[in-house]
Design a protein around this ligand. Structure first.
Ligand SMILES: Cc1cc2nc3c(=O)[nH]c(=O)nc-3n(C[C@H](O)[C@H](O)[C@H](O)COP(=O)(O)O)c2cc1C
Length: 190
């Protein structure tokens, strides 16, 4: 049975560079037998603008964010995925705000016992994969770092596809070699 891959596509541009990269990665992963689901977080209606640090999730037995919106469903789907792909454009040397909302609300997928110094999470053992493009060739490594560090902290494997010089939305289609890189990446994570 193939891997279950969840792609969180977090650009507001429907036919932009992130969408194209996601399309290529997904097609390649499916060609290897993976079951791929793509969620468009870039256009989701979030009830709040980020994690509210209410810590209500920490009082629950289950790994659930208490904020009732589409973001909650994305988090739930992460639990059953083998591979979680986060795809984002580079926005001022950070990920898109839409992805950051999901990323911070991942807090609900951890249970900390500060007194005992322990942390449990169903994300452990999964793979986190970052797909990132920018107009220039500056700062993609900066954005990669918090994702890689979070994967390390969580006990997840980490892979990344960084695409510099991607042009403005949609121009990535005409950049030589990028589709091949995305295809190879899709096969690798599957
Ligand atoms: C708000 C905003 C901020 C951006 N900031 C950067 C940046 O700091 N560095 C960079 O190289 N490109 C930057 N870009 C360009 C995008 O990262 C790049 O064109 C990306 O491939 C677009 O992906 P998309 O079509 O999925 O939106 C920015 C674009 C926007 C709209």
């Amino acid at each position: 049975m193939g891997k279950n891959i969840l792609i969180i596509s977090a650009s507001p541009k429907k036919d932009g560079n992130t969408s194209l990269l996601v399309e290529w990665v997904a097609a390649a992963a499916r060609s290897k037998g993976a079951d791929v689901e793509i969620l468009n977080a870039g256009t989701m209606a979030f009830k709040v603008s980020g994690c509210t640090a209410c810590r209500a999730c920490q009082k629950l037995k289950d790994y659930i964010c208490v904020i009732e919106d589409e973001g909650k469903l994305v988090l739930q789907k992460m639990i059953s995925a083998h591979v979680i792909v986060m795809a984002t454009p580079l926005y001022f040397y950070g990920p898109s705000a839409q992805l950051k909302v999901i990323f911070d609300r991942m807090f609900s997928l951890y249970k900390w016992d500060n007194a005992a110094g322990t942390m449990r999470t169903p994300l452990k053992g999964k793979m986190l994969a970052l797909v990132l493009s920018g107009f220039e060739d500056v700062g993609l490594d900066v954005v990669e770092k918090p994702f890689r560090m979070t994967a390390d902290y969580t006990g997840m494997m980490f892979e990344s596809l960084l695409v510099p010089n991607a042009g403005v939305s949609g121009e990535i289609r005409n950049k030589p070699g990028v589709k091949d890189l995305a295809t190879a990446f899709g096969k690798k994570i599957a």
